[in-house]
Design a protein around this ligand. Structure first.
Ligand code: HEM
Length: 311
């Protein structure tokens, strides 16, 4: 996977979850987070599990693309007829959904979240130092003393890391826009009328950039906004931070997602220094971040990084 001579090898972050321990034994490697499936096909050695992952990635990307096309279709009757007759793109769509159903749907949002997180951390070296300091202290205090062995309780105590992840999710929510269709006439809490059959969309991405909600420094990456004066994590109101949606249909996997993301970030950052090829998400790049517009907020071209084992 990785090699010490620095040849490029490519990773999709989904795989990283299962196999990061393996590459931890190498010294320096070049990897890419959140790359598109084309990269995967041409650049890596295929194993049985790789091809399962690749077919999932391809199916997911196709389904996302086609769903966007449906949204933007000027004549929705066309895709509806194709779906009814089970032909063309709609038949392929159905096949893609079957592949996705066989796999964990939540994988893509989690890897998208980690991709932006590593990009932002690379652009904010001070935050990287604070996270590493917190991890080093946790390892020192741990009964096992093993760097990769963060228990559930230990992960829960990593307040700064939790704050940095929340800040990254705030600025780059994996689900940037969400929609609802009104089944009956309604009045929103602010008095806005919504008629039956209307769609009501909200954008967690845009909301993160509203001064009214997050203050004049809303576009800045500041994990500290999630901490109280004692350094404890201070959650936000769910309606101000609808990254996992809000209300009764909120994401059921929110805690699981945090746990997954946190354990990977902790383990990788404790073992490695991560150098992002484009320098990472600093204040200048926040003006025009490299995202692609899709149902998920993917990073354009993935995130190629160089990883160096810490001394
Ligand atoms: C960073 C990672 C994740 C993000 C940003 C995220 C975000 C969301 C959002 C926005 C929704 C609402 C979708 C809608 O109704 O329009 C949702 C629903 C849901 N999510 Fe997640 N999710 C993540 C990870 C996970 C994980 C890891 C799991 C499972 C372990 C999961 C399970 C679910 C389920 C079951 C629902 C449907 C809840 C319902 O409709 O009642 N999610 N998620």
């Amino acid at each position: 996977m990785c090699n010490q001579t620095g040849l490029i090898s490519v990773f999709f972050l989904n795989e990283l979850r299962n196999s990061w321990v393996q590459f931890a034994f190498d010294n320096v490697c070049n990897v890419a987070f959140g790359v598109d499936p084309g990269w995967l096909d041409t650049n890596r050695t295929k194993t049985a599990s790789n091809s399962v992952n690749a077919s999932f990635v391809q199916a997911f990307d196709y389904a996302v693309e086609l769903t966007s096309d449906r949204f933007m279709s000027p004549v929705p009757a066309v895709w509806k007829i194709k779906r009814f007759l089970n032909i063309g793109s709609e038949r392929k769509f159905k096949e893609a959904i079957a592949v996705i159903d066989d796999f964990a749907m939540s994988k893509d949002s989690t890897s998208t979240a980690l991709t932006w997180f590593f990009w932002l951390i690379a652009g904010h070296p001070q935050c990287e130092r604070l996270i590493y300091g917190e991890l080093a202290a946790a390892v020192k205090a741990s009964p096992t003393g093993l760097p990769t062995d963060f228990s559930y309780d230990e992960l829960k105590k990593l307040n700064y890391l939790h704050a940095a992840l929340s800040e990254s999710l705030r600025l780059f929510p994996p689900v940037p826009i969400n929609s609802r269709l009104a089944v009956a006439d309604d009045i929103l809490p602010d008095g806005t009328y919504v008629g039956k059959g209307w769609s009501a969309d909200y954008s967690a991405y845009a909301m993160a950039r509203m001064e009214k909600l997050w203050g004049p420094d809303c576009t800045e990456f500041k994990p500290e906004r999630w901490l109280n004066i004692d350094g404890g994590f201070q959650p936000s109101d769910q309606f101000k931070f609808p990254v996992f949606h809000s209300g009764p249909r909120m994401c059921l996997g929110k805690d699981m997602a945090y746990l997954q993301i946190k354990s990977i970030a902790a383990a990788v950052m404790y073992e490695f220094e991560i150098e992002v090829v484009d320098g990472g998400g600093d204040a200048r790049k926040m003006i025009d971040p490299p995202y692609t517009l899709s149902l998920l907020l993917k990073m354009r071209g993935g995130l190629p990084v160089r990883m160096k084992r810490r001394p």
